[in-house]
Design a protein around this ligand. Structure first.
Ligand code: FE2
Length: 344
């Protein structure tokens, strides 16, 4: 039987290595405790990540500390902290920050044990990060306000004056910005700029995807550009039949159907590589993937795990028929354009 060392023992072990003053300072000012075996910087939705971590700790007795924040902020924090970063793992909403960290040489290769759980098309070719979940851009619409037949079949249609004040979008959402990055890449900056200007004229800006969805559900606005899992989570909670809103997929391989990947990586500076590799194996394995999809209504990337009521993964119609695995990763180009158009 494995006996967990008690907290006092672990603190005194840590305390013997550093001065009492330093320890007191850390306890007072650091949000991270000195005795966690693994530290995860989490930019993904907290509930699902914490459920994953709890199950991992229960199984391995490896304690995990988290720092929550936006994926981009956390990734830049890792860059600033360099070798002194307390983070062992970073888990982000989109793949863009992971690609940035890989390009800077800040990531450690992930063991085959984790990589083999996820098909090669959903992870970094060099094994520096791995996709954990996928999500589709969708339209959530109010069934009393508009019908699927009336909804646009391309996001480009939304620049038409007929859509003035008819829809919501979230300019700060990572997935929205990814959609813009993809448009810049696939259709050119000028076309993307014209689209964004039209969107800005016609759409209503909401601060969060959930707020936009709630507005649709209340009937404040006919539809919103969001990610599938906000609506799917609400449908699981309340029952799809009890909702005023429903999901609409364009079904046309349009950018409105973009599917993006959320993933995780181990930092090269980690002092806990063994535990970090164990965590990656758990998060990509069937048990971890089931927890993630059950708690977040995002798509599991381990093919052995059921999507549990979501529209079938194979029926999604992303642009070019593929997921975004970094092809559209230029987040800076999207932010520059948002600033130029006056949205940021
Ligand atoms: Fe989200």
């Amino acid at each position: 039987m494995f006996i967990m060392p008690n907290a006092a023992q672990r603190v005194s072990k840590a305390g013997s290595k550093i001065s009492a003053i330093a320890l007191t300072t850390m306890m007072l000012f650091s949000p991270l405790t000195a005795n966690a075996a693994l530290t995860i910087y989490n930019g993904q939705h907290k509930t699902a990540t914490m459920a994953l971590i709890d199950a991992f700790t229960a199984k391995t007795n490896i304690e995990v500390e988290t720092r929550q924040g936006s994926s981009n902020e956390l990734a830049h924090q890792v860059v600033e902290e360099g070798k002194r970063s307390p983070a062992d793992i970073i888990y982000t909403e989109e793949s863009t920050p992971l690609i940035m960290l890989a390009n800077k040489g800040l990531l450690a290769p992930i063991d085959a044990k984790a990589l083999q759980n996820i098909p090669a098309e959903y992870r970094d070719q060099n094994g520096y990060w791995v996709g954990l979940l996928a999500r589709s851009r969708v339209i959530a619409y109010n069934k009393d306000k508009i019908s699927p037949q009336q909804l646009p079949t391309s996001v480009h249609d939304l620049v038409d004056t007929k859509w003035k004040d008819q829809f919501a979008f979230v300019k700060t959402s990572g997935a929205f910005q990814k959609q813009l990055s993809a448009m810049i890449k696939l259709e050119g900056r000028e076309k993307a700029k014209t689209w964004l200007e039209g969107l800005s004229r016609n759409g209503k800006v909401y601060r969060h995807n959930k707020a936009a969805l709630d507005a649709v559900e209340r009937g404040d606005i006919p539809f919103a550009l969001i990610n599938n899992y906000y609506w799917d989570s609400m449908a699981r909670e309340k029952g799809a039949d009890n909702l005023n809103s429903s999901l609409y997929f364009m079904g046309t391989h349009d950018l409105g159907d973009l599917v993006t990947v959320s993933g995780a990586a181990i930092l090269a500076s980690s002092k806990n590589l063994d535990e970090a590799q164990q965590f990656m194996a758990f998060a990509t394995g069937e048990e971890g993937q089931k927890i993630l999809t059950d708690k977040s209504a995002q798509y599991p990337l381990n093919p052995n795990v059921d999507t549990n009521g979501l529209k079938s993964f194979s029926e999604l119609t992303p642009p070019n028929g593929t997921l975004d695995l970094g092809e559209y990763s230029d987040g800076k180009a999207a932010i520059d354009l948002l600033q130029e158009v006056g949205l940021l």
